[in-house]
Design a protein around this ligand. Structure first.
Ligand code: NAG
Ligand code: NAG
Ligand code: NAG
Ligand code: NAG
Ligand code: NAG
Length: 719
């Protein structure tokens, strides 16, 4: 019914409006697009309701979700033809960018263009499979006990016995959908979707969905440069788990204490270098302070506040659920501030980082929504934006920054400064175990699917081809079907956007880190002061394609993705791995300085007290490190970060900022100076805030009026 009503409304609107004929044309298109988007918004609202029911495990959840998802595809396909017809009737003027963008996104919706029967098959397959995996209660948790998915994940993370791990993974695999069904009926739909979207090659179709020209080619090229580090990490894992004789051979997935091998974080305790102090303390403190579930999101909110990116509002936290499984799932109702997520309450460093990522994604969505006037298609575009992945990823990197750890009461900065490079190495290892296997998995999943569909694998070998492919490409031995637990695979979605996002987040990190005059400075306060470029891209949302925002975000003339930022980030780890794999090699980290225990105790107390205070003022909160150990620093040979040399030409202004910190002992003297900066700074913030508030009010009012008008027409028409 809806589309028919929309169309009638449009005719009605067109009839009412007067003026030149080109003006009519445009108004006609605008009102059609507005109405289509309102209908989309209704669908979004209903699908979100159904999705939420399904995620919470209500008995009607799955059937409701199936119904909504099916209806969505049918609706989207119909709207496409309507908008397309209106659009081709006349051309838009050159400066009509926002409207052109909205039309483009509406007439190129991606997979929903599949024929109705095929679309229904796709969502039925995916929704059913995920529901079954999510709510099965008969996974094997070892020792003849059955358990839920969440318990399975927790047990796998801790289980040392290889045989039990294997059985656990097998019990999970029995819940996966049929491989044969997938290969015959689901994966080929990708070919049909490619055709429906008027592309010849799947690769081209996917590149168009990420809106990055030659995305897959670029990813292959980037991987060539990241692969050596990945292989070293893999060899190091093998060396530690299996001994020197096995190095260079593929390892079975379950050995990584993972179901798909896309994250090796659970191995961290087997892989720690000689001085794992920072891991042990952070791990222990996270447990002690119970930073899981809601508490992890409170911690993430603290960091977001310190970065001045806005927080996740309390009502979203209150309405979200912490009794589900990790990783978190966000559900968006496409209405002002109506977002929820479901996650687990388990405490771990991974979940702590995930919470930072998810909280930032929510901030991202809220900011986009506000500035897109809640235009549906500009916040929920069927596109895979690497920036939407990279900005939250960047914040999760900052969640392990020494200054963040200090403020969160997880690891005192003073202690960090004793053996900085040793600690940095451990932090890099934690992050590498999380990110490098993901990069590899993302590319493997895309490449393998393209290969199969291009007929590059003989049909008799397709069934086992995932095993062969992953062994060669990832040095991991999976089962033939373990990728079928992955929503991106089940719904034929490309991973390329996530791959590029992972690369890009290190470029964002580097762009900010390079602006710091010294490694010791607080990166968080620096981002706080120059966060406008982050906020700008969040405001844009899908308003323009993300590659157009790269150069502004990086404050550079280049506008492409590059691998160097990632490899630079992991330089210490790279050298450490070289050293471990070939002990004769030159690189060694400097000596370890035993930190005096009593200092440590004091620090711990101070930082713990601090963390319970409301953190309203970042600057107030910034701890000035008491540098009484300058001589120890002097002995340290800096291995990493060429940022020092880059700023040899720094201006007087920069040096002025640099001096107070370098002065160290007189740190107390600078407080007055800092305070006066602060006053100006806060006045600036207040003025900016006032402007934003006024703007928001104006926009909301306009939007409200506009909607009212449309609703009125609708009602009049219905009457
Ligand atoms: C699990 O149960 C089987 C029989 O069902 C038994 O043979 C086996 O010993 C049990 N294993 C453990 C660890 O209890
Ligand atoms: C793809 O489309 C063609 C033509 O419409 C159809 O014959 C074929 O069955 C479709 N493929 C799948 C997997 O449904
Ligand atoms: C999980 O939490 C949500 C709300 O927080 C609640 O509605 C739901 O019933 C809970 N589910 C279970 C299985 O406890
Ligand atoms: C939001 O609405 C305002 C006023 O109607 C308009 O100027 C602005 O371009 C709109 N923004 C977007 C992204 O549509
Ligand atoms: C393994 O991968 C390399 C490139 O990474 C490729 O050249 C080679 O053909 C692959 N071998 C097999 C058996 O797939």
């Amino acid at each position: 019914m809806r589309p028919a009503i929309s169309l009638l409304c449009v005719y009605f609107y067109a009839l009412l409006s007067s003026g030149t004929s080109t003006g009519d044309d445009r108004r006609w298109l605008v009102s059609l697009v507005d109405l289509v988007e309102l209908d989309y918004q209704d669908h979004c609202d209903q699908r979100a309701k159904a999705t939420w029911e399904e995620l919470l495990g209500s008995s009607e959840g799955l059937s409701l979700k199936l119904e909504r998802d099916k209806a969505f595809g049918i609706f989207s396909r119909q709207q496409k033809s309507e908008v397309n017809a209106a659009y081709t009737a006349h051309s838009l003027s050159a400066d009509d960018d926002v409207l052109r963008r909205r039309v483009k996104l509406l007439i190129q919706p991606g997979d929903t263009l599949l024929e109705t029967k095929q679309w229904i098959r796709l969502v039925t397959f995916g929704d059913t499979a995920l529901n079954r995996l999510r709510f099965a209660t008969d996974y094997d948790c070892g020792y003849n006990t059955t358990c839920t998915l969440r318990e399975l994940q927790n047990n796998i993370a801790r289980q040392p016995d290889e045989e039990i791990l294997r059985r656990m993974k097998l019990s999970w695999e029995t819940h996966l959908p049929e491989l044969q069904d997938y290969l015959e009926n689901i994966l080929p739909l990708l070919k049909n979707a490619t055709k429906e979207n008027q592309f010849n090659l799947i690769e081209e179709y996917w590149d168009s969905l990420v809106e990055y020209e030659g995305a897959t080619l670029a990813a292959r090229d980037i991987w060539q440069h990241v692969q050596p580090l990945y292989l070293k990490l893999h060899k190091y894992v093998t060396l530690r788990l299996r001994g020197a004789d096995e190095v260079g051979k593929p390892l079975p997935v379950h050995l990584f204490r993972s179901l798909t091998g896309d994250d090796w974080s659970n191995l961290i305790e087997n892989l720690l270098p000689k001085y794992p102090d920072i891991y042990q303390k952070v791990h222990a403190n996270i447990q002690l302070k119970d930073i899981g579930g809601l508490n992890a999101y409170r911690e993430a909110n603290n960091l977001l506040k310190q970065l001045n990116l806005g927080e996740v509002p309390d009502d979203i936290l209150a309405e979200s659920a912490f009794n589900g499984t990790c990783p978190p799932t966000i559900v968006d109702w496409c209405q002002p501030n109506k977002l929820r997520f479901i996650t687990c309450k388990d405490v771990s460093i991974q979940n702590y980082m995930d919470a930072h990522e998810t909280a930032t994604k929510i901030r991202f969505k809220l900011t986009t929504a506000l500035h897109s006037n809640n235009t549906y298609i500009l916040r929920e575009a069927p596109r895979y934006s690497a920036i939407y992945e990279a900005v939250p990823g960047f914040v999760s990197l900052l969640s392990l920054d020494p200054h963040t750890l200090d403020r969160a009461g997880l690891y005192p900065l003073e202690r960090f400064n004793y053996n900085r490079n040793h600690h940095r190495l451990v932090l890099q290892l934690i992050i590498a175990l999380r990110d490098l296997p993901k990069l590899n998995y993302y590319l493997a999943a895309d490449e393998w699917r393209i290969k199969v569909l291009m007929g590059q694998i003989h049909s008799s070998k397709v069934e086992d081809s995932w095993i062969e492919f992953r062994k060669n490409f990832s040095m991991i031995e999976p089962s033939s079907s373990d990728f079928l637990g992955d929503p991106y695979i089940l719904f034929n979605k490309p991973y390329i956007g996530k791959f590029l996002g992972l690369i890009f987040k290190y470029q964002i990190y580097q762009s900010f880190a390079e602006e710091l005059i010294s490694d010791d400075l607080d990166l968080i306060t620096h981002v706080f002061k120059s966060n406008q470029r982050l906020i700008d891209v969040m405001m844009q949302g899908f308003g323009i394609s993300w590659p157009e925002m790269i150069s502004d975000l990086l404050v550079k003339r280049e506008n492409g993705l590059e691998y160097n930022a990632l490899t630079d980030y992991f330089r210490l780890l790279d050298e450490y791995l070289d050293n471990q794999l070939d002990p004769a090699s030159e690189h060694t980290i400097e000596d370890y300085n035993e930190p005096p225990p009593e200092v440590d105790l004091q620090e711990n107390e101070i930082s713990e007290e601090e963390s319970s205070l409301p953190k309203s003022d970042v600057n107030e909160h910034k701890e000035v490190p008491k540098k009484t150990h300058d001589n120890t620093f002097d002995n340290i040979i800096e291995i990493d970060e060429d940022s020092n040399t880059k700023y040899e030409t720094s201006t007087v202004g920069v040096l002025e900022i640099k001096n107070p910190v370098a002065a160290g002992d007189q740190s107390d003297d600078q407080h007055p100076k800092e305070a006066s900066y602060n006053v100006y700074w806060w006045i600036g913030v207040a003025v900016a805030l006032a402007v934003v508030v006024i703007l928001v009010a104006i926009i909301a009012r306009k939007r409200h009026n506009h909607r009212k008008q449309l609703e009125k027409q609708r009602r009049r028409q219905a009457a």
